[in-house]
Design a protein around this ligand. Structure first.
Ligand code: NZQ
Ligand code: ZN
Length: 381
């Protein structure tokens, strides 16, 4: 097992009705005024908006709204949020939604405490030195943003989708009520399942050594994600399935899954972000296109792990069988497995390659343009 340090300060409040505690939680922490960040209409449709307002008012917490965060959140809207947070002198961010809302909230938290152009932090040209405290109520389990130090934003002018990572943006408290996810559509549930699986397999495959405890932890998460997704697709209001899925997705990217693994990186996300930036596809859809393509290219570089994956997850004998089974499962749940299936018909491979290569440079992952071309060609099968 490799040496590691583990740090995760996010307090999780999990279960039915927990969103009603948000006012008390903020008050106890001495928060007086929040920027209330949310998306388009989903929180209003499920009655959550009203409940949040009541919890804030009952506890004398002032709030300023910042709504309209879009999936694949963009820099221009984030900058508007930063201006509001500064002008209104809020002392915390309350993000209510999925990964996009939380990521925009985290970025506003950073921007509100800095005089620099916030994009500089995404280009890794400056180091994040502080942020407002972030509180979240999660409504879509997928990204793990509710319990991690990352945020992903798209600069729509330059078509770059990049991330920040800082201990200052771990949410202070995240409220996870599985009932709030009952309304997540079958389509987004499929994307969420792909994303949670992706978060566990990145290091699992790309690392050169994976300890037994990590193998078993990751395989347990993958099987849980697959089984609960099948139940959710049949029965969207199944509390236990939604609850186990929600917690599995959080555990997949809260820092635990990569511990003790030697080497490894996030190559599938690097290429998926290029597709997200260029075609504005949902993140999970970008991953279901790229993962089988990347696996086809990578499998011979880590044959034992691919064989293990096939056996443990699908009870199959060969690496190729494991990859085909995973691809078939993505297809079965409704996630696209090629650019064509995602509706991207006219694309230039070189454009995707250049975009991903830029991310590889920022993230310092040593993929060449030739390698990227080979992988992206596989995504067209
Ligand atoms: O805008 P509203 O109306 O809220 O609708 C949203 C949105 O259209 C809807 N939704 C959310 N909760 C719902 C709901 N619909 C019905 N019922 C509910 N309870 O779902 C749609 C998608 O939401 P979004 O937040 O975009 O999805 P997700 O949670 O998958 O987040 C994706 C973003 O997170 C980034 C992705 O790149 C993408 O930008 N990621 C963030 C990570 C992180 N911070 O650690 C890691 C991930 O790898 C990922 O990159
Ligand atoms: Zn992801």
């Amino acid at each position: 097992m490799e040496n590691f340090e583990f740090f995760n300060p996010t307090r999780i409040v999990f279960g039915r009705g927990t969103e009603n505690k948000i006012g008390e939680i903020l008050k106890k922490d001495g928060v007086k005024k929040v920027l209330f960040v949310y998306g388009k209409e989903s929180i209003k449709k499920i009655g959550l908006y009203e409940r949040v307002l009541k919890a804030l008012k009952d506890n004398d917490i002032e709030f300023i709204e910042h709504s309209g965060v879009k999936p694949n959140p963009v820099l221009s809207h984030t900058k508007q949020g930063i201006e509001k947070a500064k002008a209104e002198k809020v002392n915390a961010i309350l993000a209510v939604g999925g990964g996009s809302v939380i990521d925009e909230g985290k970025t506003i938290a950073v921007g509100a405490k800095s005089e620099k152009d916030v994009w500089r932090f995404f280009k890794r040209q400056d180091e994040i030195k502080s942020a407002l405290p972030v509180y979240t109520i999660l409504t879509l389990a997928a990204t793990g943003s509710e319990m991690n130090e990352n945020a992903v934003i798209t600069n729509e002018e330059t078509q770059e989708k990049l991330s920040i990572s800082s201990k200052y943006i771990f949410p202070k408290v995240s409220i996870l009520n599985p009932e709030l996810t009952f309304s997540v559509s079958a389509q987004y549930q499929a994307y969420a399942a792909v994303d949670a699986i992706a978060h566990t397999v990145e290091y699992y495959f790309s690392g050169s050594y994976c300890p037994m405890i990590q193998n078993r932890f990751i395989e347990g998460l993958i099987k849980t994600v697959m089984d609960t997704t099948e139940s959710i697709l049949k029965e969207p209001d199944n509390y236990n399935a939604r609850a186990e899925f929600m917690w599995a997705a959080t555990l997949a990217l809260n820092g635990l899954a990569k511990l003790g693994i030697r080497g490894g990186s996030f190559p599938n996300h690097m290429i998926a972000h290029a597709l997200g930036a260029l075609y504005d596809l949902p993140h999970g859809a970008c991953l279901s296109i790229i993962i089988p393509a990347w696996m086809k290219w990578y499998k011979d570089k880590n044959p034992a792990q691919f064989k293990r994956f096939a056996k443990e997850i699908f009870n199959k004998e060969t690496a190729d069988d494991g990859i085909s089974e995973l691809k078939a499962w993505f297809k079965k749940i409704g996630a696209p497995v090629s650019l064509k299936a995602a509706g991207v018909k006219d694309f230039e491979i070189s454009k995707i390659v250049d975009n991903a290569y830029n991310i590889a440079h920022v993230w310092q992952i040593g993929y060449t343009k030739e390698t990227l071309t080979e992988i992206i060609k596989n995504a067209n099968d």
